[in-house]
Design a protein. Structure first.
Length: 289
């Protein structure tokens, strides 16, 4: 069956096959991805814009008057939705995902995994379930969070294993973390966090920071909220961040755009899977080239 469309190079209307139309649409999407990437990489928020952005975010994650609400969205052990095994399940799932793809990772990474010598960083550890699960396999654990309260909770959950814990309170742009990490990292983890970033550009800044910190062959696992056109999960403006769960739906990415960003930054995407279509969760496993 044929379809008619207007040739973008001229006014001529021609008949094309579905395959040709599909190729045309794919090329248009590729150009859109490239245009966004180039524009976003050149975007530099002013000091005033960055300061206002940080203030709005901190009001949710550090200065919120409703501590019960803040702890629940930060996934503290014992908070609403994270009692008992529900808290442990966060770290168990992350560990299971990485274990599944272990044969695809570099021999250096596999050796450090098996000998408990991982140097890892988690962005947005919240209540520390991922850190707790990976602590026995790690010789060093960095954690970046806007909230000193969250980092204190992580240290409490780690207990005797906290000697290897390096908490980093983020008070500036994402790239400021680079000066606080003293060696190339083996593993990067971030689950249910990118959706809370104030913009897609902010997520790009975090990924650029991760690219600088990971060793060659270093591994990452990121969970995102994906944008499939559902109005609930479309990206929101910073003005709505602190209102009516605005932060929980602040940022989402089309799956192909997020994979494209990873590739452009020097990562090999090993897996891109929809993890929960009911809440638009997807997970990406990748390795630095």
């Amino acid at each position: 069956m044929s379809a008619a469309f207007t040739n973008p190079k001229g006014p001529t209307t021609q008949m094309v096959t579905p395959a040709e139309l599909g190729e045309y649409v794919a090329n248009q999407r590729a150009q859109t991805r490239e245009d966004w990437f180039v524009a976003s990489r050149s975007l530099e928020p002013s000091g005033k814009e960055r300061g206002e952005e940080n203030r709005i975010i901190a009001d949710v994650w550090e200065n919120c008057d409703n501590q019960e609400y803040r702890e629940s969205f930060s996934h503290w052990q014992g908070s609403q939705g994270f009692q008992g095994e529900h808290w442990n399940a966060v770290g168990e799932k992350t560990h299971a995902v990485l274990s599944r793809y272990l044969p695809l990772f570099s021999t250096t990474f596999q050796a450090r995994w098996h000998t408990n010598q991982l140097a890892m960083l988690e962005w947005g550890p919240g209540g520390g379930s991922n850190l707790f699960k990976f602590a026995p396999q790690s010789r060093l654990q960095y954690a970046v969070d806007l909230s000193a309260k969250n980092l204190g909770e992580c240290a409490a959950r780690l207990g005797d294993q906290a000697a290897r814990f390096r908490p980093l309170v983020l008070s500036g742009p994402p790239e400021s973390v680079q000066t606080e990490v003293g060696e190339p990292l083996d593993l990067f983890v971030s689950t249910a966090v990118f959706q809370h970033f104030p913009s897609k550009h902010y997520g790009l800044e975090v990924l650029a920071c991760v690219q600088a910190l990971l060793a060659s062959g270093g591994v990452g696992y990121i969970q995102i909220r994906y944008d499939n056109g559902n109005p609930i999960y479309l990206p929101k403006t910073i003005d709505s961040y602190g209102r009516s769960l605005g932060h929980a739906f602040a940022t989402s990415y089309p799956l192909d755009l997020f994979a494209y960003i990873l590739d452009k930054l020097g990562f090999e995407v090993l897996s891109a899977r929809i993890e929960d279509p009911n809440i638009n969760y997807a997970g990406f496993v990748f390795q630095k080239r």
